[in-house]
Design a binder for this molecule. Structure first.
Ligand code: SF4
Length: 478
């Protein structure tokens, strides 16, 4: 029953959080930080805490509130890192939960990673041939292994040496007994930012929404190719550029703004909610010929763009679908006789909003096309006269190699079908996607050449597809 009700969305694969403070309960703050980042991964989570000498770790399968239902009281220290993880079926084993923890000649070491290391398979094979034993199928274990085997003097130098051998997308936190080192890949695919605690100390997180919950203020993003060392309550984190071969442009994941990140986050100086409002405005400009009676959204992820569409067009936005927020992943299987529409468990139309009306429904993406048709049928059954579907991203045609769980290319509906065919398949009166130019315009804080748009056939910013084709084993997911 598990996948029967999965949303037709791309999935972010991880979120990371770290904190250094002598004035705070660092484990508890990491718990809250992960709680705020739960949308980035729901399969497993973990927290590692150190006090200068010892390191404790607790992790498990499930949501943050489940894994830490007995609290974090026994985890004392002044430095902590945490991780939330989403994984594809088959890789969600308990041994892959993070943070990873090892003991090496430099002492204790814990690691949390968000992203996907595209040459992890080749490195793993090379290390295994030298006798290295692996305990997980997680990409980032190769980083730990290379760091532990390095002959450089400091942890920072060892980490930099390992980072210079890996390719792909990574926002990585490592923690020793008394410091956190945060690093971001040279393209800046996945987000990572630094916050200052009101009470002294520093934190680092995948998204700034985590800072609000722990009483921290966003200071800045970790730069692509930068390493930040946090080992003092007061002094600014130390910074070094670790990458020996910086690319010409960044490649920040545009889908963070379209869908993954929380509305209340700011990533690489771009306010996420503002970007979504602008995406809706761009859509409205590009579909000015439509003259609907009402704008509705596919809740909740389509709502900001629907509001933007309404603001631009002057046509009212109303809640045409009500979402049941208490639907879990499993429920009693409906009998054949009941002929229950599974989508109706989660979404139900508001008849008074849609009956007799021409409706524009705004959503952020169509991936496999498995749910859009059911939603349109619900709206038509509720009396909608016309249903026009407006999507605030271009058609998703290619797989992501940078830490996002995309379906296989053949399962992406826009790879197999034209827009007209998709429109027919989902039963819409018309279907419109925002243009690539419109999408880039909406993310106005970022240079359009500094965005990754590879899942919209815009070309991989590095040679990821070539690297992955050469992989000796299938990619382990983080
Ligand atoms: S391929 Fe798509 S989902 Fe992956 S990093 Fe690039 S924009 Fe984001």
């Amino acid at each position: 029953m598990g996948n029967f009700f999965e949303d037709d969305k791309l999935h972010e694969e991880c979120g990371v959080f770290g904190i250094y403070s002598h004035n705070e309960d660092v484990a508890l703050n990491t718990y809250w930080g992960l709680f705020a980042l739960q949308h980035r991964g729901q399969e497993s989570c973990g927290i590692a805490v150190a006090d200068g000498q010892h390191m404790k770790i607790k992790k498990g399968m499930g949501l943050v509130t489940d894994v830490f239902k007995d609290g974090v009281g026994e985890m004392k220290g002044h430095v902590a890192i945490g991780h939330v993880r989403y994984s594809t079926t088959g890789f969600n084993m308990a041994f892959n939960t993070q943070p990873l923890k090892v003991y090496f000649d430099g002492g204790h070491l814990a690691l949390s990673h968000n992203g996907s290391i595209t040459n992890a398979g080749a490195l793993r094979k090379e290390l295994a041939a030298e006798g290295v034993i692996f305990q997980t199928t997680v990409d980032a274990e190769v980083v730990m292994s290379m760091l532990a085997r390095s002959r450089k003097d400091t942890v920072e130098e060892r980490f930099a040496e390992a980072l210079n051998r890996i390719k792909g997308a990574f926002a990585i936190l490592i923690m020793t007994s008394n410091k956190i080192i945060a690093a971001r890949d040279p393209f800046g695919f996945r987000p990572l930012c630094i916050g200052k605690m009101e009470t002294g100390g520093w934190c680092v997180a995948s998204e700034s929404c985590a800072f609000d919950l722990v009483g921290a203020e966003l200071v800045r993003d970790v730069k692509p190719g930068e390493m930040v060392i946090i080992d003092s309550d007061d002094a600014e984190p130390r910074s070094m550029m670790w990458c020996n071969d910086m690319p010409q442009n960044t490649a920040h994941c545009i889908f963070e703004y379209v869908y993954f990140a929380r509305n209340d986050s700011k990533i690489d100086n771009q306010d996420v909610y503002e970007a979504r409002i602008q995406l809706g405005r761009e859509l409205a400009k590009e579909t000015a010929d439509l003259n609907p009676d009402v704008i509705i959204s596919a809740p909740d992820s389509g709502t900001p763009a629907a509001i933007g569409y309404s603001l631009e067009s002057g046509i009212p936005f109303m809640e045409g679908l009500t979402k049941n927020r208490y639907v879990g992943r499993t429920f009693i299987q409906p009998t054949q006789k009941q002929r229950l529409n599974a989508v109706r468990l989660k979404l139900n139309p508001v008849r008074s909003v849609v009956a007799g009306k021409s409706v524009v429904i705004v959503d952020d993406s169509i991936v496999r096309g498995t749910t859009s048709g059911k939603v349109i049928k619900l709206l038509k059954d509720a009396g909608a006269r016309e249903v026009h579907v407006c999507i605030s991203s271009p058609p998703v045609t290619d797989s992501c190699y940078y830490g996002i769980d995309t379906s296989e290319r053949k399962d992406l509906i826009a790879t197999r079908c034209t827009i007209e065919e998709i429109c027919q398949f989902i039963g819409a009166d018309s279907l419109h996607y925002v243009s690539m130019e419109g999408m880039k315009r909406a993310i106005s804080a970022i240079n359009p050449n500094g965005l990754c748009c590879a899942c919209f056939s815009a070309g991989y910013p590095d040679d990821a597809d070539e690297v992955v084709k050469k992989e000796p084993t299938s990619l382990a997911r983080n």
